[in-house]
Design a protein around this ligand. Structure first.
Ligand code: UT7
Length: 325
């Protein structure tokens, strides 16, 4: 088995900033409620960019950061719940956009856990020798599936993309990944797909193609599953909670991070937060934050990080990473 490390990161966000106050024009809400209940102050919303446009820019930055040529990439895995098309995959659109013509490309859907699942796929492809250099992307244009008349969801989400380049190495990088799913929670967070209809069946009621969420239940699930996956991850490694420099959780709600810190008795300062600027960008929150942390000089060689995703499916996953860029 080969070792796998992250050699570059990138991110891209739409320019348009929508502050909490602007949402009061659409629904009965206010800055005070949104800030105190979620930690969100503003989010970026597409003014025409689709998921592939965001992903291509994030990928270009990651490629530059890694110092590689796009032709070296042999695998592109893109996690999204908001693809440009049902087919072709958004990963294929990225391939064309960055001219990575030697890559095998596909999308995966694991909602807000998508980046961790994609990272795991890239990790396994490289570990087993099938791939040498993989581009992993989390990208979502949530604004196109948000019900802008539903205050329970429309204040939470934003658009964005983040990317990482993984490469075969002989040094320790990605140490362990833990993932899980529970399809019994399918109705807690969902967005209907294309309406089922054909000339040989009875007409069915058409569901609005927007996101629906039972916030309270998803909150409960998140604060339960995140400590469990972190504990499982560390149990199978030779490291302890105290060895971890940063916990990078999916940015869904600042209160989830605070609750996990309290439950696990971890210094809340170790939980990186940028939710105030971007809201919940689904599959993109983790790679956007990773890129931001690296650019801000927070990550030093051999630092240990725990990345954790959770969300619709239900799905969850975590990765123990030694920073070795
Ligand atoms: O990325 C995928 C994972 N997603 C998550 O992890 C999200 C998890 N859930 C959450 O983050 C929280 O449950 C929410 C932020 C969605 C909601 O926070 P909450 O503290 O659980 O609020 P709530 O749903 O219990 O609502 C409390 C009150 C309700 O009013 P009443 O019934 O008490 O009169 C809501 O109608 O707040 C009301 N409310 C709002 N008020 C102003 C709900 N949304 C809003 C709003 N502005 N935007």
């Amino acid at each position: 088995m080969y070792e796998v490390r992250i050699i570059g990161t990138g991110s891209f966000l739409p320019q348009q900033i929508i502050k909490n106050d602007s949402l009061s024009d659409l629904v009965d809400t206010n800055d005070e409620w949104i800030s105190t209940r979620t930690g969100i102050k503003e989010r970026r919303i597409s003014s025409g960019e689709n998921t592939s446009d965001l992903a291509i820019e994030a990928a270009k930055e990651a490629i530059k950061d890694a110092g590689i040529n796009a032709e070296e990439i042999d695998l592109i895995v893109l996690a999204t719940s908001t693809p440009d098309f049902i087919m072709p995959s958004t990963a294929c659109l990225v391939q064309k956009g960055i001219k990575a013509y030697n890559a095998t490309c596909f999308d995966i859907t694991a909602a807000c856990t998508g980046f961790i699942y994609a990272l795991n796929i890239g990790y396994q492809f490289i570990r087993t020798g099938q791939s040498k250099t993989a581009l992993i992307i989390g990208a979502d244009t949530n604004s196109k599936i948000i019900d802008w008349s539903d205050r329970n969801t429309c204040v939470l989400f934003g658009d964005g993309a983040g990317a990482a380049i993984l490469q075969r190495t002989d040094k320790e990088g990605i140490i362990l990944v833990d993932t899980g799913s529970d399809g019994r929670g399918d109705e807690l967070l969902f967005c209907p797909g294309v309406h089922l209809k054909n000339p040989f069946m009875e007409e069915q009621e058409e569901k609005k193609q927007v996101m629906h969420m039972n916030g309270k239940e998803v909150f409960r699930f998140s604060t339960t599953v995140v400590p469990q996956t972190i504990e499982k991850l560390l149990q199978y490694s030779s490291y302890h909670i105290e060895d971890i420099k940063y916990f990078l959780l999916h940015q869904a709600n600042a209160r989830i991070m605070e609750a996990v810190a309290k439950k696990m008795n971890i210094d809340p300062e170790k939980f990186y937060k940028n939710i105030h600027k971007y809201g919940n960008t689904s599959a993109a929150t983790i790679p956007i934050a990773l890129n931001e942390m690296d650019k801000a000089g927070l990550l030093e060689k051999d630092d240990l990080l725990v990345l954790v995703g959770f969300g619709g499916g239900l799905t969850w996953g975590s990765a123990l990473v030694k920073w070795n860029k």
